[in-house]
Design a protein around this ligand. Structure first.
Ligand code: ADP
Length: 248
């Protein structure tokens, strides 16, 4: 992987008006898609109630339930990211095992049908850090989910964790490496900008607000780390960070 970049905010030459327009269109699309599903199924249930079998009714109610969950997720992600970006959250820090947190995030993703994650631990069964488990789990989920979203189906995703010695003391290092579509060098500095999505067929066909990396970058910074990326189009991407080990 050749393109190594630290995040540096919005590109200076980006057309801000167009960007804002795209962001709003994307956000309304993310809200409208589940809303349309809810409206469609609810209308069918009302119109055809007497003709529907129990199984059909149950299937429609399940779809409504799924669409409600998606709406909830979009609203929760948007409001939580806004609060994090505006500095309105205070970390609820506690001694937290980064390995256990990662395993929990993987379990949550597995429930959504992911099966191709590979976890490597270099000797350390636990890596204790002082962290806000809720916010850090959200950040890890975004990074892991992106690795899956932007990889071919079944593509291998490698998560590695180890203790290292940084310039400021012992650190817990975390990384996720995928072999997916990668990111072109000109996009790398912008992917951490809220609502930024690289324009490609996946961005159009996958759910996404372009908020995950902005959120993850800020949360990791609040914990005293820096989220970094190395990527090469067609080869894959690696996102990584290091956080101080607790009690060191
Ligand atoms: P979202 O995934 O919701 O679009 P993110 O903020 O998580 O938003 O990511 C911003 C953009 O960065 C994505 O739209 C995608 O173009 C790109 N990206 C993020 N992670 C990866 C990855 N692992 N591989 C390729 N592209 C990625």
């Amino acid at each position: 992987m050749t393109s190594d970049s630290a995040p540096n905010g919005a590109a200076s030459e980006m057309d801000q008006a167009r960007f804002l327009e795209d962001a709003l269109i994307n956000l309304s699309h993310e809200l409208r898609t589940p809303l349309a599903a809810i409206k469609g199924y609810a209308t069918s249930l009302m119109r055809h109630d007497s003709r529907l079998t129990g199984d059909e009714r149950h299937a429609m109610l399940s779809e409504i339930n799924r669409a409600c969950d998606r709406l909830d997720e979009v609203i929760e992600q948007t409001t939580l990211t806004a609060r994090v970006l505006q500095g309105q959250v205070t970390l609820q820090r506690q001694e937290t095992d980064l390995v256990a947190l990662t395993r929990q995030a993987l379990l949550a993703l597995d429930e959504a049908g992911a099966t191709n994650y590979l976890l490597t631990l270099s000797g350390d069964a636990a890596l204790l850090i002082l962290a806000d488990p809720r916010l850090l789990t959200h950040a890890l989920l975004h990074l892991l989910d992106n690795a899956r979203t932007y990889s071919p189906a079944g593509g291998e995703i490698h998560i590695a964790m180890r203790a290292t010695s940084g310039s400021v003391g012992p650190m817990a290092e975390w990384s996720v490496t995928d072999h997916g579509i990668g990111i072109a060098p000109e996009h790398l500095p912008q992917i951490f900008t809220p609502f930024y999505r690289v324009e490609n067929h996946l961005a159009r066909s996958t759910n996404g607000l372009g908020l995950g990396l902005a959120f993850a970058q800020r949360v990791i910074a609040l914990h005293g780390g820096e989220l970094r990326v190395a990527s090469e189009p067609g080869e894959g991407s690696r996102f990584w960070f290091a956080l101080p080990l607790a009690g060191e």
